[in-house]
Design a protein around this ligand. Structure first.
Ligand code: NDP
Length: 501
């Protein structure tokens, strides 16, 4: 493990209105990026509006050809892209490779499925409107603003960017101040295959740049980040009635039922809690284990977690905490859990050595501890003994968050999953839903609303356009001042016959 704490300079703009992107492993400057203000952001949205018309006119086939070409560029330059993600986030090479594999799979799916999901299709007109034909298509909104976080700087925003582009929109993307280079890499590689117009643009800077994007006249704003910022984004967008998609944080539970494969559950819990240094919106933070298998499960988790080490080398098990101030949150959650009677079976407060945090496994933590109620975003697991899976479900559902969940059970997985109030559940594996492009991704409650991925994720960046066409004069038309009493009597008789019994 590399012990050199980075000398993190204050993240402020210099006189030239630039800021540095830093390697969290070393504190070294990777590159400088512009701090785009309101004027630049507005100009980007105006350019995007022209580009959107060009992109829309390409049609599904033309867009698919470009998006497929982009996918191939990303595959070709995968090593370079992976190295950039590692440099800006500090994550391990394999965590970055996993992230990019998912990006590419989703990009392929969105481009391929867009015509089927969004293209014009006939709709049954129903019995009363038998003399009309009806059709529906989903049209692009125009310009979509995307604001993304740093923890999955490619995968998370691409859940909006790839789907919005496939649906025919131009995109203006504001990456996190910690990962601006990843945003610029996406913009540059996209411009290689779409050189005509700036269909995908990136604006860089701090929170103010994101706030400017909310008010810059975009047709929808797709935000992924923390719940407090999500609320600010929603409030800012309300001023201009700009629709929002809000993907926020979570405190996801993993349930180990009495009939679980305990070894698999322990493997899943340790991976789900610790990979990417625990900085995963839908990572495992709370584990509820049925009494009958608790001791066996805890022993396995402790054995596995003790072997993992963070570090700056590419083959480390996991990397540093990317955002320096998150270390204080992890520290306060662990301290609160221990103060309230919790025990650390792996690590403890001494495991927190910025920028690294070693694995911490806590047990006997009271339900009102912040380690149970709030997003920790570190390589920590809180394991709680419960009587059975039913008590686990009650505890899992007890928070305002509702992003994802995991269930380990040989026979009751579906039954337990159905009782969980959240957007996604993986049974007998961790986070599998995020890897299935056809499945929508998103939460409920404080985890936000709206969906990326899947058919819902494509429709999220469109508006429905419905058309009817009268094919021939019907016998009964109540929607005219020419209607007679006889027409109304027939219509009501029909309604009674069709729907009254
Ligand atoms: P933040 O909420 O701090 O920031 C998210 C983005 O919003 C950044 O680009 C940030 O810019 C920008 N921003 C900050 N202030 C404003 C503002 N007033 N108006 C508009 N934009 C603003 O989140 P993090 O980057 O720290 O990401 C971690 C969080 O993201 C966690 O809570 C995690 O759970 C969540 N997340 C949710 C996912 C999901 O799909 N549900 C997926 C991945 C992460 P800047 O960085 O420059 O301040």
């Amino acid at each position: 493990m590399t012990q050199t704490a980075p000398t993190t300079p204050p993240r402020a703009a210099d006189e030239q209105k630039r800021f540095a992107s830093l390697d969290p492993r070393t504190g070294e400057v990777i590159a400088h990026h512009s701090v785009h203000g309101e004027t630049e952001v507005r100009a980007a949205v105006e350019r995007a509006r022209v580009a959107a018309a060009f992109w829309d006119e390409l049609g599904f086939d033309g867009r698919k050809a470009r998006l497929d070409a982009w996918r191939k560029v990303l595959v070709k330059r995968l090593d370079e892209f992976q190295a950039l993600i590692c440099a800006e986030t500090g994550k391990s090479a394999d965590d970055a490779r996993t992230e990019l594999a998912l990006v590419i799979d989703h990009l392929h799916w969105a481009a391929k499925q867009a015509p089927k999901v969004l293209g014009k299709r006939r709709v049954s007109p129903g019995m009363l409107m038998y003399n009309h034909s009806a059709s529906l298509e989903y049209r692009p909104l125009g310009v979509v603003g995307v604001i993304g976080p740093w923890n999955y700087p490619a995968f998370t925003p691409m859940g909006s960017i790839a789907y919005a582009l496939a649906a025919g929109n131009a995109v203006v993307f504001k990456p996190s101040e910690f990962t601006p280079g990843v945003g610029v890499f996406l913009e540059d590689t996209f411009a290689e295959v779409v050189p005509e117009y700036p269909v995908l643009q990136v604006v860089t800077g701090f929170g103010e740049t994101g706030a400017a994007l909310c008010g810059a006249g975009v047709d929808k704003l797709a935000f992924t980040g923390s719940t407090p910022t999500g609320k600010k984004v929603m409030a800012a967008c309300a001023a201009t009635l700009t629709p929002v998609l809000v993907e926020c944080g979570g405190k996801d539970p993993l349930i180990v039922a009495e009939d679980a494969d305990v070894a698999a559950a322990a493997e899943g819990a340790v991976w789900g809690g610790i990979f990417n240094s625990g900085q995963t919106c839908a990572g495992v933070e709370r584990v509820y284990v049925a009494d009958a298998v608790y001791d066996q499960f805890v022993k396995l988790v402790v054995d596995k977690a003790k072997k993992l080490r963070p570090g700056g080398e590419p083959d480390a098990d996991f990397g540093p905490i990317t955002m320096p101030k998150q270390v204080d949150v992890i520290q306060s959650h662990v301290a609160d859990a221990l103060d309230k009677g919790g025990k650390a079976l792996v690590g403890g407060l001494e495991s927190i050595r910025p920028p690294y945090v070693e694995p911490i496994v806590l047990v006997d933590v009271p339900d009102d501890s912040t380690a149970v109620t709030d997003e920790t975003f570190g390589p920590t697991l809180v394991v709680t003994r419960v009587a059975d899976a039913d008590e686990a479900v009650r505890k899992a559902n007890s928070l305002a968050y509702g992003l994802g969940a995991t269930v380990y059970s040989r026979n009751r997985g579906e039954e337990i999953a159905a009782k969980l109030r959240c957007g996604m559940v993986s049974i007998n594996s961790v986070l599998a839903y995020a890897s299935v492009p056809g499945l929508p991704f998103g939460g409920v409650g404080e985890s936000g609303f709206g969906r990326i991925h899947g058919e819902d994720g494509l429709r999220e960046f469109t508006y429905a356009h419905s058309v009817t066409r009268k094919k021939f004069g019907g016998l009964l038309n109540p929607m005219t001042y020419e209607r007679s009493g006889r027409t109304m009597r027939h219509v009501l008789r029909l309604v009674r016959v069709l729907y009254g019994r």
